[in-house]
Design a protein around this ligand. Structure first.
Ligand SMILES: NC(=O)C1=CN([C@@H]2O[C@H](COP(=O)(O)OP(=O)(O)OC[C@H]3O[C@@H](n4cnc5c(N)ncnc54)[C@H](O)[C@@H]3O)[C@@H](O)[C@H]2O)C=CC1
Ligand SMILES: O=C1[C@@H](O)[C@H](O)[C@@H](O)[C@H](O)[C@H]1O
Length: 341
């Protein structure tokens, strides 16, 4: 490694381009060494003005490019397994966007491959763990002042879904964040899932089941409900209220300046995740760069990515069948910690 951690970014779409900008201009200690995207034009646009970066349409060529010390995967979910295994084969540390691998069999292959190496290389991009409000809620719950958590009420709304977004993706792409956040906040595995379908919004693309109401059960008897609505049209809203035995705590209400004029009081509502979670992405990538330079791997693990995929897969089955669906996890390799609390 030179003075700076050389990062190969795989995928230069919405998230990839934003991570490239962040690595180049916001976080310290890293540089963009290579970028791969089958759409070469996107890769060129995302790297315009960055010195010393090589641009590729082939993932393996980017991983083997000079100066690459680590990898950031921001390609679509189905491409993640091959990319993770290629990074592991080269012993390169990885920050992989969620979902780690959308299908649980592929996710387990990633866990097993890392366990065979005997050390962690992967951090999964569940950035809510780096959001100031989520961290505050986590400390409060861990401190025990509110007593045992009984319920989490979650809201996850997007203004609109991108082209090609499916009813299953409301769960395995969008709700994957609540799945990870609930496991982390509560320190418990999720054990069963039920999905209800309210009437679909006229604002949703034809055939998309949107919104959905998802109910998770946990191993120590708590309940987690999630309203997910990805074509709400009015704002990017992510909220979570924890209801405990001796109190409740709620995060995600609009935190911007309040303005009153012409008889109305109002606050700006973020329109997408890049705005709402800008600070969280920055802290996530900075922590990853710092830990990688120290030779450590911190943050959400491949096991967390696997668990989220299994729960989401059960959720998609529950959506299709209308039935309460149990979650079955494989035995957890020793390399990974159990959820604690
Ligand atoms: N943490 C978060 O809040 C968010 C995470 N994501 C995740 O980021 C990832 C990318 O999502 P978006 O940027 O929204 O998608 P996108 O569709 O905007 O970009 C994906 C890019 O990857 C390229 N690509 C396709 N196959 C590839 C391959 N095998 N190797 C390298 N590049 C390839 C595409 O040409 C495209 O440029 C997904 O895993 C998604 O779930 C997306 C949005 C927010
Ligand atoms: O990860 C994300 C997207 O992939 C997903 O599609 C959105 O629903 C989430 O809000 C966003 O954080």
């Amino acid at each position: 490694m030179g003075d700076l951690l050389g990062v190969a970014v795989l995928g230069a779409g919405h998230m990839g381009a934003d991570h490239i900008r962040r690595l180049d201009r916001v976080v310290s200690g890293a540089r963009v060494a290579a970028v791969a995207d089958p759409d070469g034009t996107r890769a060129k646009e995302a790297t315009a003005g960055i010195e010393g970066v090589s641009v590729h349409t082939d993932v393996e060529a980017a991983l083997d490019a000079p100066g690459v010390d680590a990898v950031l995967i921001a390609s679509p979910g189905p491409a993640h397994e091959d990319a993770l295994l290629a990074a592991f084969a080269r012993r390169l540390p990885v920050l992989c966007e969620k979902p780690m691998v959308p299908d649980s069999t592929g996710a387990l292959r990633v866990v097993e491959a890392e366990a065979r190496l005997g050390r962690r290389l992967a951090q999964i991009g569940f950035m809510r763990r780096y959001d100031a409000e989520y961290r505050q809620l986590k400390s409060l719950l861990d401190g025990g002042d509110l007593g045992r958590p009984l319920m989490l009420h979650c809201t996850h709304r997007n203004v609109s879904s991108p082209p090609g977004f499916t009813s299953a993706m409301l769960i395995n792409s969008s709700v994957s964040h609540e799945i990870d956040a609930a496991r982390w906040l509560l320190g418990q595995e999720l054990t069963a899932v039920t999905v209800l379908r309210p009437r679909s919004s006229a604002g949703a693309p034809q055939g998309l089941t949107d919104p959905q109401f998802v109910l998770f059960e946990t191993e120590r008897g708590a309940l987690v409900d999630v309203e997910v609505f990805v074509n709400c049209g009015f704002g990017y809203e992510v909220r979570c209220e924890a209801v405990c035995e001796q109190g409740s705590a709620r995060i995600g209400d609009t935190r911007s300046m309040a303005v009153t004029r012409r008889g109305l009081a109002g606050q700006e509502v973020p329109q997408d995740y890049l705005v709402r979670f800008a600070d969280a992405y920055e802290r996530e990538v900075q922590d990853w760069v710092d830990a990688t330079r120290r030779g450590e791997v911190t943050g959400p693990s491949a096991w967390d990515g696997y668990a989220a995929s299994v729960v989401a897969e059960a959720g998609v089955r529950a959506l299709e069948t209308g039935a309460r669906t149990p979650v079955e996890l494989a035995p957890r390799p020793e390399l990974y910690a159990a959820p604690t609390r």
